[in-house]
Design a protein around this ligand. Structure first.
Ligand SMILES: NC(=O)c1ccc[n+]([C@@H]2O[C@H](COP(=O)([O-])OP(=O)(O)OC[C@H]3O[C@@H](n4cnc5c(N)ncnc54)[C@H](O)[C@@H]3O)[C@@H](O)[C@H]2O)c1
Length: 357
């Protein structure tokens, strides 16, 4: 059992985490409990949550449809409406039981309802455990742009019960690993090497705990994303654009899949800028080739990607600012990137024959 202190709250990780959650509920003085889940987490994770925290048996449950296309204003609006109709007051607690889609959406809903009610995250996917549930970023996709509306509001607690992963589809496990590898690449060379050499599935709890530890160290330095926290954006400038373009299409990519493409392209831009050597670039590529299934880039029009990148909230003064790698285990934030460098990186990716086409 690991406990990590974040900004005003704890992240409890391991077998006893749901017991801790039960204690948290018993000690609290909330007027009502609401649990948000999707159909999968309601089916597989809710019974386990209620077994450990029977006080929640009468909680109000919002079941929303799974999938990124539901991380939108309309769904948030329906939930605000239901909260109002059930007279949820400022003292209500929202429990987000699900993957990153649920914690992003639920955190946003709670952070603005009646100017903010408390929420806790109970992540059920690997991606949400290792990354999304911690750090207080939440939001929705709007206007075809990922996470374009949201707030930075910290949860009151996070309970990471790693056994939820047992029912997670295998593809979703790899989806989550993308962010874990990113953490090694930007902040911890030894961790990256360890992940590259060992079977992470044997050490899931330690892998998740270390990933949370690294993310939390960065978030604590810069909770509002002004400088150091931007390190976490590695792979996301291009990755988010590709993910947004794929949403709703028959070739829809998972977040982690888009981020793998984004990391390869942004590693290539780091190489173009001489921040990475060729052998470091190859090391990254070969590790991804070993671990992940090939992810195809089905978007044929570079301009679609470029125009979304121009709209990225990470930019400033009309310049495209990326987080790039500076060697393995270190990064450089706010690096100005040109259109030509982005197009070179797209071309590089699409020429990785066995992998990308
Ligand atoms: N806030 C942040 O810091 C942050 C960081 C990274 C990613 N994100 C966001 O996270 C989202 C992606 O998260 P995700 O990959 O967890 O997606 P997700 O929440 O859509 O979950 C993926 C799928 O797994 C299912 N699932 C989840 N847990 C399960 C379980 N235990 N058993 C069976 N099925 C289960 C879900 O129902 C869903 O179908 C994106 O919206 C991304 O933008 C946020």
């Amino acid at each position: 059992m690991t406990s990590i202190k974040s900004i005003g709250y704890n992240v409890e990780i391991g077998k006893n985490s749901l017991k801790q959650l039960s204690k948290f509920i018993s000690k609290s003085n909330y007027s009502a409990f609401y649990i948000m889940a999707d159909e999968n987490t309601n089916e597989y994770c809710m019974p386990i949550l209620l077994k450990h925290a029977p006080q929640l048996a009468n909680a109000n449950v919002f079941e929303i449809e799974s999938g990124e296309s539901n991380k939108v204003l309309e769904v948030a609006s329906n939930i605000w409406q239901t909260l109002l109709e059930s007279n949820a007051d400022k003292n209500a607690l929202l429990i987000n039981l699900g993957g990153g889609m649920i914690s992003d959406l639920g955190g946003f809903i709670a952070s603005v309802y009646k100017r903010g009610i408390d929420f806790i995250n109970v992540p059920t996917s690997l991606l949400a455990m290792a990354d999304a549930s911690v750090g207080g970023k939440n939001g929705i996709d709007f206007g075809g742009i990922k996470n374009s509306i949201g707030t930075i509001t910290q949860p009151k607690a996070v309970f990471v019960y790693t056994e939820f992963i047992e029912t997670l589809p295998k593809q979703q496990v790899y989806n989550g690993m993308a962010e874990v590898y990113k953490m090694g690449l930007i902040a911890d060379k030894k961790y990256w090497q360890l992940l590259s050499l060992t079977d992470f599935t044997d050490n899931m709890e330690q892998v998740i705990a270390h990933s949370i530890y690294l993310k939390n160290q960065i978030v604590k330095l810069d909770p509002f994303d002004k400088k150091q926290r931007k390190a976490l954006n590695f792979g996301h400038s291009i990755g988010h654009a590709i993910e947004a373009l794929s949403l709703g299409s028959k070739d829809e990519l998972l977040h982690g899949e888009a981020i793998i493409i984004g990391m390869i392209m942004e590693a290539h831009i780091s190489y173009q800028k001489k921040l990475l050597t060729k052998s470091q670039l190859d090391e990254i590529l070969n590790t991804f080739f070993d671990i992940f299934e090939p992810v195809q880039l089905k978007i044929k029009n570079n301009n679609d990607i470029l125009s979304l990148i121009k709209n990225d909230k990470k930019n400033a003064k009309g310049k495209s600012l990326f987080t790039l790698l500076h060697g393995i285990g270190k990064c450089r934030v706010d690096a100005e990137v040109t259109e030509k460098e982005i197009v070179n990186a797209i071309n590089y990716y699409t020429k990785l024959k066995a992998w990308a086409s």
